[in-house]
Write a protein that binds this ligand. Structure first.
Ligand code: FAD
Length: 464
């Protein structure tokens, strides 16, 4: 029989939104269970997103730089075994997803295997191959994530792949066509180009990586060019003809049709929230025209005790944003007055060199009517960067003209992903350029670039 099983809080989805929400709720004293339809925990991020992509990107970087060290006195015979690259990537994924299982156990969180469907305001059904079971909740957190968008003429399957397929290729492709120059596609394109794959990017608008301004992406475009990536802009992808052992991709530029042949075509044109067929209509939760669930500042939906977090709500579809919302929702459920504060969400694109942004760009600040100044400092004037052969790029601070309060920052350069964290904390803490300039930074380190940029902002540059 299907006797309902009682729980305080049920979380649907074990991605970076769901698993963090579940652990935080358990730590705050709730009896929690997480529903997951996949065999492993961790969602897109740990299984087929952030983590595996960064493993492959890192190996591709190691490979490429190992070919180019003669000026440092290293001459090596380098061999690439792509099967082992994949095995390494998978070992990283396994370790991280097992980690989530361990954390659930530690926090006495039950995993309910199967697909969740919301029955009514206090019950969900979890269905798997052999049975269905009803669970009763006081609070529900929906964290079902997103999936890749398919476009006409490019049905996924065979030689037409999405990011998941691109992360799982067992052989290194000789030629790869990427449709869509967003951050996910560009990261993969960059990694494959590092391994020696001939990459062509077909982009519909006039430039790739549009989330970042032109000045920031300039070093990346230069790097793409150096490693032979071909970028075709203002191009409409028309169709893919899967020939079994390769694929013909047809696109149109200036009304002229072009066809290129490749081993695979990777379609990466964005992701869609998983908000269909989960029973939202049973409880009267409506989605907006993009399929996102409207929520208040605590993550609460139109139903008082049902929350939604991560890729299914507005804002950048990023893992750390999902986790942050998970913590806030868990605290709200526990009765704390927690609300989200989005004024400094870092975003990173892991190409060569890395691009990172947090808070406001100079344009966004101006659009908001803020009177801001910017200050820049180049990697080439930093001793650690020179020793690392990482002289491309710069850091840019955006701060209020009258008070010096930091409102945004951008970095393009080696390790931008790690360095942007300091600036995110600075913005979060209401720090000024003065605070940054007078914070003692370790020497020699790339982090000094941030202190040096602050010196520039104060009109008293030291190292440039
Ligand atoms: P997800 O991680 O999508 O998890 C949702 C989970 O819910 C899944 O496990 C799914 O199986 C489960 N689920 C869905 N419906 C049901 C149901 N009805 N019943 C039971 N279970 C269900 N972000 C970054 O911040 N940094 C990066 O470097 C980065 N790299 C990326 C690289 C790639 C290739 C991709 C595809 C994405 C990347 N992202 C990155 C984005 C990041 O993965 C997502 O923003 C993040 O995973 C969203 O988390 P989530 O918890 O909302 O959902």
């Amino acid at each position: 029989g299907d006797f309902p099983i009682d729980l305080d809080t049920i979380v649907i989805g074990s991605g970076p939104g769901g698993y963090v929400a579940a652990i935080h709720a358990a730590e705050l004293g709730q009896k929690v269970a997480v529903v997951e339809k996949e065999d492993t925990l961790g969602g897109i991020c740990l299984n087929v997103g952030c983590i595996p992509s960064k493993a492959i990107i890192q190996v591709s970087h190691n490979y490429r730089t190992s070919l180019d060290n003669e000026d440092q006195g290293i001459k090596a015979n380098v061999d690439l075994d792509f099967g082992k690259v994949q095995a390494f990537k998978q070992s990283v994924v396994k370790r991280m997803t097992n980690g989530v299982a361990y954390l659930f156990k530690k926090n006495k969180i039950d995993v309910l295997r199967g697909t969740a469907y919301i029955k009514d305001e206090h019950n969900i059904r979890v269905m798997n191959d052999d049975h269905a079971q009803t669970y009763t909740f006081k609070n529900l957190i929906i964290a079902t994530g997103s999936h890749p968008i398919e476009i006409p003429g490019f049905k996924f399957g065979g030689r037409v792949i999405d990011s998941t397929g691109a992360l799982a290729l067992d052989k290194l492709p000789k030629k790869l066509v990427l449709i869509g120059g967003g951050y996910i596609g560009c990261e993969l394109a960059s990694a494959y180009a590092n391994f020696g794959t001939e990459v062509t990017i077909i982009e519909g608008t006039d430039r790739i990586l549009r989330n970042y301004d032109k000045e920031l992406t300039a070093p990346v475009l230069k790097n793409f060019k150096n490693k032979g990536i071909k970028v075709v802009t203002n191009a409409m992808a028309k169709s893919a003809n899967d020939k079994g052992d390769s694929v013909d991709v047809t696109y149109e530029v200036n009304g002229k049709a072009e066809t290129i042949n490749a081993d695979y075509v990777l379609v990466s044109v964005g992701r869609k929230p998983n908000t269909q067929n989960i029973g939202l209509e049973q409880v009267g939760i409506k989605t907006d025209k993009r399929g996102l669930i409207p929520v208040d500042a605590a993550g609460k939906t139109a139903v008082d005790h049902i929350y939604a977090i991560g890729d299914i709500v507005a804002g950048p579809a990023l893992a750390h944003k999902a986790s942050y919302e998970g913590k806030i929702a868990a605290e709200a459920i526990a009765g704390q007055p927690s609300v989200v504060d989005y004024h400094a969400i870092p975003a990173v694109c892991y190409v060569d060199p890395e691009v990172a942004s947090t808070g406001l760009t100079p344009e966004e600040a101006k659009e908001q009517g803020l009177d801001v100044k910017t200050a820049k400092f180049p990697f080439t004037a930093n001793g650690r960067a020179v020793s690392m052969k990482a002289t491309e790029g710069f850091a840019r601070l955006v701060f209020l003209k009258d008070t010096g309060v930091l409102v945004g920052a951008q970095i393009v350069g080696a390790d931008a992903s790690n360095m942007i964290a300091e600036l995110t904390l600075a913005i979060e803490s209401g720090n000024t350029v003065d605070d940054l300039a007078l914070t003692i930074h370790p020497h020699p380190s790339l982090s000094e670039i941030l202190m040096d940029a602050a010196d520039v902002g104060l009109g008293m540059p030291t190292n440039i």
